[in-house]
Design a protein around this ligand. Sequence first.
Ligand code: NAD
Length: 354
Amino acid sequence: MSLPFVYEALPSRVVFGAGSLQKLPEEIDKLGASRALVLCTPEQRAIGADIVVMLGARSAGVFDGAVMHVPVAVAEEARDKARRLHVDCCVAIGGGSTTGLAKAIALTSGLPILAIPTTYAGSEMTPIWGLTEDGVKKTGRDVRVLPKTVIYDPVLTTSLPVALSVTSGINAIAHCVEALYSRDANPIISLIAEEGIRALAAGLPEVVKQPGNLDARSRALYGAWLGGVSLGAVGMALHHKLCHTLGGTFNLPHAETHTVVLPHAVAYNATAAPEAMRRIARALGAHSASEALYDLAASLGAPVSLQSLGMRREQLDQAADLAVQNPYYNPRQVTREGVRMLLENAFTGTRPTV
Ligand code: NAD
């Protein structure tokens, strides 16, 4: 390890463990807050209502309109509610969409966020926000949107459907994978990222077998936390860029797209990032990082082809064009031809052999 590096720790408090949701009222007090706006999706309205009851006088109300990719109109509505109710913090219970809405509020108001993640997406550990207007998603970094406190309670993830648990978990593995060959890679985050892959690869098969098993859920959620830390700390590369393009332009589902593309992005980068590949393979207990990632997804019953997600072959050229439009960091040079080939393999779901 001879490379120079920069490491910046992000300030956040993590409360982890089965039953830790019970600590919510005292965690609100620790934040110095007393009037929370509870945020959730329409699908998670019931748990949002439970949180309001649990908070009692510490709750000012609930906004249950969180949706994928944070449309500006929804963000404005939620900001307006936060202003009208004079809240002094947001409690986001749900996945990346709900955390994303809290971030949109924090971005303009500076209100602190207490996040209670119920998927493995990892947004709760990052200072990255995203807002969608006229079909275009803008993202940025601002430490004001980083949740101040995160409560990880594996009990809340037992209701996450198995298929979404698997793809959401592989989404978290993708954060770890790209952290290992990031331009900003550093020894601490690489330790975290490798451990994140190991925890998720061990936890997810157990989750599939027994979705209600709290040990398995804890292990997977622990890995998801480490994935979020990795994503928040260092820049990503080709895989995340491709998934962002595919999701944004062709409206493909977020976690499933990550699951399909990951083995192919890793195969693309294999020769350019040998140390990262060694660590990914080690965490998966395998010889080849890309093959093991493909096999993990397939063995867990996850989709392995873009075709099965509803993408059409005639969209592949446009996707390749978009993916090379703006230059960005990747360990291996990103060429139109190389990306087109990668997309072809991801489209058909061919097992990589690198
Ligand atoms: P999501 O938040 O959209 O949730 C998907 C669905 O599952 C929703 O209907 C939700 O209510 C439901 N759900 C969530 N947890 C559940 C549970 N435990 N039981 C039952 N249902 C549950 O999905 P996601 O994958 O967590 O988030 C995706 C979004 O997050 C994308 O917009 C992505 O861009 C964003 N994201 C942002 C960052 C960041 O750092 N800013 C990081 C990762 C993801």
